[in-house]
Design a binder for this molecule. Structure first.
Ligand SMILES: O=C1O[C@H](COP(=O)(O)O)[C@@H](O)[C@H](O)[C@H]1O
Length: 249
């Protein structure tokens, strides 16, 4: 499904409503809400909105467990940190239990070891709380990457492991990421994508020939859950009218 907006404010309000509804449903049904946050610029407005009195009061943050879809392997006070951004825009302003927040970062372990620890933590958390992620938020880069599943990387071929870390040469940094086998178990995936610089990649991802090595966002194919692309009209510019007619909501 895709939902196209002409205004980023409307897009973020839609995403905030979606987030809130997912949280309320999960908490009503099983007592917890398990969500993975995304990084980059796209979710900033959403996080700010969720922190506002209009939204923050409608979620039981004490029953909310926060994970991440991916991370740049930098400390939280580094301006590139996805978790640092989420704390500043959202988590520092809502009554979430800080012990229920699991950034993908450790200053004690190297990234590869921490990826295994993070996977263990997720498996044990899901054993206790039941199910997997109620919601995974993601973005998409102009190269068609999502989470830290970058074009041409081995991690796009992963079939079993849930969390991987690897050195991303072009960026000269480690990345840590959930992999497609775990992402696709989620009940809901929402990908937030803005801007004309993403229109070519988005058209390839949604309408092009399947090539998940070149366009890793094509890996998003939930087994049973819902996948929704919340995009602006600039990102949607290269989609065909037929595709929009068939998949638009
Ligand atoms: O590097 C990353 O980029 C993507 C896309 O970011 P955006 O700034 O274009 O919205 C993001 O989804 C991912 O979490 C992040 O690590």
């Amino acid at each position: 499904m895709i939902k196209i907006f002409t205004d980023s404010k409307d897009l973020s309000a839609f995403a905030a409503d979606y987030f809130t509804a997912a949280a309320r449903k999960a908490i009503a049904e099983k007592g917890t809400f398990n969500v993975a946050l995304t990084g980059g610029n796209s979710p900033l407005q959403l996080y700010t909105l969720l922190a506002s009195p209009q939204y923050s009061g409608s979620i039981d943050w004490s029953k909310t467990y926060i994970f991440w879809g991916d991370e740049r392997w930098v400390p939280l006070d580094d301006k590139r940190s996805n978790a640092g951004m989420a704390y500043a825009a959202l988590l520092d302003h809502v009554p979430v239990n800080k012990d229920h927040v699991y950034p993908m970062w450790s200053d004690q372990l190297p990234p590869g070891e921490y990826a295994a620890v993070y996977e263990k933590l997720l498996r044990s958390h899901f054993d206790k709380s039941g199910g997997t992620f109620d919601l995974i938020l993601l973005g998409m880069g102009e190269d068609g990457h999502t989470a830290s599943l970058f074009p041409g990387t081995q991690v796009t071929r992963e079939q079993h492991t849930w969390v991987k870390a690897y050195y991303l040469n072009p960026q000269q940094m480690y990345r840590i990421t959930l992999t497609a086998p775990l992402i696709n178990l989620a009940d809901r995936i929402m990908v937030i994508t803005f801007g004309e610089n993403k229109s070519d990649a988005l058209a390839h991802v949604l309408e092009g020939k399947r090539d998940t090595i070149t366009y890793p966002a094509q890996l998003l194919q939930p087994e049973k859950g819902e996948l929704i692309w919340a995009i602006d009209d600039k990102a949607a510019a290269a989609l065909s009218p037929d595709y929009i007619k068939t998949n638009g909501i």
